[in-house]
Design a protein around this ligand. Sequence first.
Ligand code: GDP
Ligand code: MG
Length: 165
Amino acid sequence: APRTVAIVGRPNVGKSRLFNRLARKRISIVHDMPGVTRDVITAEVEDGGYTLLDTGGLGLTGSDTPARITKASEAQVGFAIEAASVILFVIDAREGVTGLDERIAQLLRKSRKHVLLVANKADRGQEKLADISEFYRLGFGEPFYISAEHGNGEAEVRNAVLEKL
Ligand code: GDP
Ligand code: MG
C-alpha cells in the first residue's frame, strides 16, 4: 500500500525499539489479520502521514529453533514486500552481517521496494562496530547508523523515509 513503511530484520536487532521511536506514541494497535500478518503491529505516524508496521512477531516464541526463526523472518519479509512501499531493514551494527541477514537481503533485493539499511546499536562511545564493507555488500548502499535506544541517527532515518514515500 502507498505510504506504508515496514520494519524488518532478524530477531533482537532492535526493530520494536525503532518502531516505538518512530511512532513516538507508545500505543500501537495489533491488527487481527489472517495468516502471517496476525502479529504485525501498526501505528499511524502523524509527521509524514504514513502507516508504520513492526513485523517482528510472526508467531515466534522464546523457545524457537533457528530453522523456525529463519522461516518466520522470511515470512515477515514477504509480508513487508507485499504491504509496504518503503522497508527499513534493520541489522546489528556491532554483530555485523549474519547468514539470516543475508537471506533477508536476498529477498529484499529481488523486490522493487525502496529499502533503507539501518545499522542499529551504534550507541555512542566505545562499542566496536563491524566493518562497513560488510554492510555495503548487502546491496542497499550506505547504512544509516543509529541507536534506537538513545536516538542517534533517528532524524536522518525519519527524513530518508519521508523522501522515499
Ligand atoms: P526486535 O526483536 O528486533 O524487535 O528487537 P527489540 O526492539 O525487542 O530489541 C532487542 C534488544 O536490543 C532489547 O534488549 C533492546 O533493549 C536492545 N536494543 C534495541 N535497540 C538498541 C540500541 O540502539 N542499543 C542497544 N545497546 N541496545 C538496543
Ligand atoms: Mg520486536
